[in-house]
Design a protein around this ligand. Structure first.
Ligand SMILES: [Zn+2]
Length: 427
C-alpha cells in the first residue's frame, strides 16, 4: 500500500512538478535532444505512407454524429495492433487503450491523448477520398480523421524509439465532439467511465494548425424553441394570436442585446421552421438559437435574457390579439450545452505545448475554441487542444481537404509528439 502510494505521488509529481512548470523549455529540449526522440521522428518519416493510408481508410468509414460505431471498431483494431493494453470500447462508444508507463499503478493516474471519431456529415454523404498530388479531399478528412491517423503514427514512433514514459498514456478515439454530439464522449470519459477521477492531464488533437494552443474553452447553450397557437384561416380567423409573431419578436429582441466583446459573447438565431400553408395562421413554428461565451457568467446572463425575451414575446402576443381559441404557448428545449473553461497560461501543459511548438520553429498563439477540452477545463483538469500539423482547409464543408506533403506534415506532427512525450515524462 505504501509503495503504491509512493508511486502514485511520483506519478502525480511529474504532471504538476515544479521542475516541469518552472522550465518547460528545458524539459522539451531534453526530449528533443534524446536518441529515442530522434528515432521516433525517423519512424514518423519512414511510416508516412502508412499514416496516409490509415487516414484514407478511416476517412472512408462514415462516422456521422451518434453513428461512429463502425469507425470505432476499425480504430479499436488498430489500437490493439499497436500493442496497447486494456483496449476497449466504453459504454458511450469511445475506443481506447493504455500505453503503460514506468510509474504505472493499478487504478492510478493517466494522461489522455485523444482525437474524435465523429464528423459533422450525415449518413449517406459521399466520403470517398479524392487525391490530387499531395492533397486529399473528402468530408471529415481533416476534422478530425487526420488526428486519428496521427495518434497511430505516434504509437509506431514511440515503439521505434523504444521510448518509455513515466505516466500511463490513455490513447482515445472519442465519440460525440461535433454539434448534437455535445461532447458526450469526453463527458462520459471524465464523469462516468472507468478512468473518471484518474485523468491528470488531457491533450485533444483537433484540426491541423500546429501554431495554435487552445487553452480556453468557449461555452455554449443551444435551444430549440417551439411556439404553438390555435391556428386558423388567414382571412376568416384574422385577429387571432399567431405564434409566428411571438417568434419574430423573440428574434428582434434578442438582436437588440449588446454583448461584451471581451469576454467574447455571441448569439445567433440560426434555424427556423414550421407553418401550415400560406393562407393559414400557423399552429406550430420553431426557432433554434445558439448562445456562446468565453465566460460562464456572461453565458448565464445571456441565457437569462433570452428566457425573459421568449416569455415576454409570448405574453405580448397574447395581449395584442385574441386568445378566444387559445393562447400562444412556447416550450424551450436545451439541445446543446457545453461548459466554459480555461487552462491558465502558466500551467505546465500549456507551457510545454507552447515550448514544443516554438522549439520546432512555429510562432504559437493561445486560442479560445469549443473542443473536447471544454469538459476537463470546466472540471479544473489541465487540458489543451492542438493541431495535427500540415496544411488543411474547408473543415465542415463537402470540399474539406488536407495536404499530406511530407516535410510540412512531419514538422507539424512533431509538435503533438514532443508535447505528449514531455507531458508524460519520457525517460
Ligand atoms: Zn473537430
Amino acid at each position: 500500500m505504501f509503495i503504491r502510494l509512493l508511486a502514485t505521488v511520483a506519478a502525480l509529481a511529474l504532471l504538476s512538478g515544479p521542475a516541469l512548470a518552472a522550465d518547460p523549455v528545458r524539459s522539451v529540449q531534453k526530449v528533443l535532444a534524446s536518441k529515442g526522440y530522434k528515432a521516433a521522428v525517423a519512424s514518423l518519416s519512414d511510416t508516412h505512407d502508412q499514416t496516409v493510408a490509415d487516414l484514407i481508410t478511416l476517412t472512408e468509414i462514415p462516422a456521422p454524429p451518434f453513428k461512429e460505431a463502425e469507425r470505432g471498431r476499425a480504430y479499436l483494431a488498430r489500437l490493439q495492433a499497436a500493442g496497447l493494453t486494456d483496449v476497449e470500447t466504453d459504454a458511450e462508444g469511445n475506443v481506447m487503450g493504455i500505453r503503460r508507463g514506468t510509474a504505472h499503478v493499478d487504478g492510478g493516474p493517466v494522461v489522455v491523448f485523444a482525437a474524435h471519431l465523429d464528423t459533422v456529415f450525415p449518413e449517406g454523404t459521399d466520403v470517398r477520398v479524392r487525391r490530387e498530388g499531395t492533397r486529399l479531399m473528402a468530408p471529415g478528412v481533416g476534422d478530425d480523421t487526420r488526428s486519428l491517423a496521427t495518434l497511430l503514427a505516434y504509437l509506431r514512433a514511440m515503439e521505434a524509439g523504444k521510448i518509455r514514459t513515466k505516466a500511463d498514456i490513455l490513447f482515445v478515439g472519442n465519440v460525440g465532439e461535433e454539434g448534437a454530439g455535445d461532447l458526450r464522449g469526453v463527458r462520459f470519459l471524465f464523469n462516468k467511465g472507468k478512468y473518471a477521477g484518474r485523468i491528470k492531464a488531457f491533450i485533444s488533437m483537433d484540426g491541423a494548425d500546429p501554431r495554435f494552443v487552445v487553452n480556453q474553452g468557449v461555452g455554449s447553450k443551444r435551444y430549440h424553441i417551439a411556439f404553438h397557437g390555435p391556428g386558423g384561416h388567414s382571412y376568416g380567423a384574422y385577429g387571432m394570436v399567431n405564434p409566428m409573431a411571438a417568434l419574430g419578436r423573440t428574434v428582434t429582441d434578442l438582436y437588440a442585446i449588446t454583448t461584451p466583446t471581451a469576454p467574447k459573447t455571441t448569439y445567433a438565431a440560426s434555424v427556423v421552421g414550421g407553418g401550415t400553408s400560406v393562407n393559414a395562421i400557423p399552429h406550430d413554428v420553431f426557432l433554434e438559437v445558439d448562445l456562446r461565451s468565453e465566460s460562464a457568467v456572461e453565458l448565464a446572463r445571456l441565457d437569462r435574457q433570452l428566457n425573459e425575451i421568449m416569455a415576454n414575446a409570448v405574453a405580448q402576443e397574447n395581449k395584442a390579439r385574441s386568445t378566444r381559441f387559445g393562447p400562444v404557448t412556447y416550450e424551450a428545449r436545451v439541445i446543446g450545452e457545453r461548459p466554459t473553461g480555461r487552462t491558465d497560461e502558466a500551467t505546465a501543459i500549456v507551457q510545454l505545448t507552447q515550448a514544443a511548438s516554438r522549439a520546432l520553429g512555429f510562432e504559437t498563439s493561445f486560442e479560445a475554441s469549443s473542443t473536447d477540452s471544454n469538459v476537463p477545463m470546466s472540471l479544473g483538469i489541465p487540458a489543451v487542444t492542438i493541431g495535427s500539423g500540415g496544411l488543411a482547409g474547408r473543415a465542415h464543408a463537402l470540399d474539406e481537404w488536407v495536404d499530406v506533403e511530407k516535410p510540412g506534415s512531419l514538422k507539424g506532427m512533431q509538435v503533438g509528439l514532443l508535447s505528449l512525450l514531455t507531458l508524460a515524462g519520457a525517460e
